[in-house]
Design a binder for this molecule. Structure first.
Ligand code: AMP
Ligand code: GLY
Length: 424
């Protein structure tokens, strides 16, 4: 089979790494890819939003399956475009992807399907939003409706902060049109958990639970990032909790979308707040999470291509999905300054010293500069350690992280520490 992966981050490197292990794959392409992906796939210089270019490439190269990494092409309708020309593509249609691309849509779906989530209201006008604030107590969460690169969520701890956030989004269009509509939501307490699932419109199969670390600073301080590290399986995701998430959240969402005429094919990502064994949805994403994918796919035993193909052909019920009984911890190495501005083009050393039996270095923001791997983004590498338990996996990830050097390298030292109380 010829496979095309769309995207250029750690998630896409993990997808490519797993696909490359499939005996069914003869040729692997990635658009646009990065310096790590380039070692296992042919990278093609096509942007993720170049739908026409990607479609002609898939046709010309006889691509049998295209896998979409990021949300942007999904929001532009890449799955609809490819399907129209009978090209097989893994990812939801534009309508189904609204579960991620419009928070108001997701909240409405959850209300209709009685999916547990924080109470909320949606607004387009400042006056109505401010009147609603008067009826609420803080903390409150103000969310831009559309895609805002993970920045469109503000947790307000005072009435004034909430009002400022409302005005910034609705009046001053801080997030552009993504904030022309906002959701004001009650603040939930608890611990966050990511549950991703494969869904073919009918059958839903959850993956192992993972935990992400969104803030830049240790002990969850400072601004939000794309994710500074992750581990899986998360001890928080007990069998009972997974069952509850499957039956009370994932199935109702997929069935609700089917009833609306927008069946969901792809990975459904549920970002959850777990409190006392019950979970509520913070957000849905219409794709694999990053960095979660960098800890989940290394533990997948089953051939990923078999699973993705089964989703695309709506026969997921015929597939048995198995996991290695191991643990993975991913530490993200970032550029100094991220999530603000940072320099790029800095040479990376030490990549050849890694113990590749137990560690996988997934590239995120890297580029090949005439044979030298240099930094090319905020999140540069995801160093995933694998072991029989969390402690060993974590030690392996950190030992490797220390060996990799580049000017301005930054990483959090408390990834997965929460799950091993004695480690901090
Ligand atoms: P979202 O993009 O909706 O997942 O929000 C980004 C982050 O904001 C989440 O990972 C949480 O840390 C936080 N967050 C979002 N909604 C809530 C909520 N209702 N209560 C508490 N924290 C929240
Ligand atoms: N790790 C969060 C996300 O992929 O959206």
């Amino acid at each position: 089979m010829n496979i095309l992966i769309i995207g250029s981050g750690g998630r896409e490197h993990a997808l490519a790494w797993k696909c490359a292990q499939s005996p069914r794959v003869s040729k692997l392409y990635c658009a646009p890819g990065n310096a790590g992906i380039m070692q296992i796939a042919d990278c093609v210089p096509l942007a993720v939003d170049d739908l026409a270019g990607l479609k002609s490439f898939a046709k010309d190269q006889g691509i049998d399956l295209t896998i979409v990494g990021p949300e942007l092409p999904l929001s532009l309708g890449i799955a609809d475009e490819f399907r129209r020309d009978k090209l097989k593509i893994f990812g939801p249609t534009r309508q189904a992807a609204r579960i991620e691309t419009s928070k108001a849509f997701a909240k409405d779906l959850m209300a209709r399907c009685r999916i547990p989530t924080a109470a909320s209201q949606t607004f387009e006008h400042v006056d109505a939003a401010l009147r609603y604030l008067d009826t609420c107590s803080v903390p409150l969460v103000i969310k831009a409706d559309g895609l805002a690169q993970g920045k469109g969520v503000i947790v307000a701890s005072t009435r004034q902060e909430a009002e400022d956030a409302v005005r910034a989004m609705l009046d001053r269009r801080q997030f552009g049109e993504a904030g022309a509509r906002i959701v004001i939501e009650d603040f939930l307490q608890g611990e966050e958990l990511t549950m991703m699932a494969f869904a073919d419109g009918r059958t839903v199969v959850p993956m192992i639970g993972a935990q992400d670390h969104k803030r830049i600073g240790e002990h969850d301080t400072g601004p939000n990032t794309g994710g500074m590290g992750a581990y899986a399986p998360a001890p928080l995701a007990t069998d009972a909790l997974r069952e509850h998430v499957l039956h009370d959240i994932l199935y109702p969402a997929v069935e609700g979308l089917s009833r609306m005429g927008s069946p969901y094919y792809g990975v459904l990502y549920a970002g959850l707040m777990v409190d006392n064994g019950r979970s509520a949805v913070l957000e849905f994403n219409a794709r694999f999470g990053d960095p979660e994918t960098q800890v989940v796919l290394p533990l997948l035993k089953t051939d990923l291509v078999d699973i993705l193909e089964a989703v695309v052909e709506h026969r997921l019920d015929q597939i048995q999905i198995e996991w290695h009984p191991l643990t993975a911890v991913c530490v993200v190495l970032a550029s100094e300054g991220y999530p603000g501005s940072y320099r790029t083009g800095i040479p990376i050393t030490g990549l050849d010293r890694i113990d590749t039996d137990h560690v996988i270095v997934f590239h995120a923001g890297t580029r090949d500069d005439n044979g030298t791997v240099v930094t090319a983004g905020g999140r540069v590498l995801g160093v995933t350690g694998i072991g029989p338990d969390l402690h060993t996996a974590r030690a392996r990830a950190y030992d490797a992280a220390e060996m990799i050097a580049f000017d301005g390298r930054y990483f959090r030292r408390d990834i997965a520490a929460r799950a091993i109380p004695t480690s901090v």
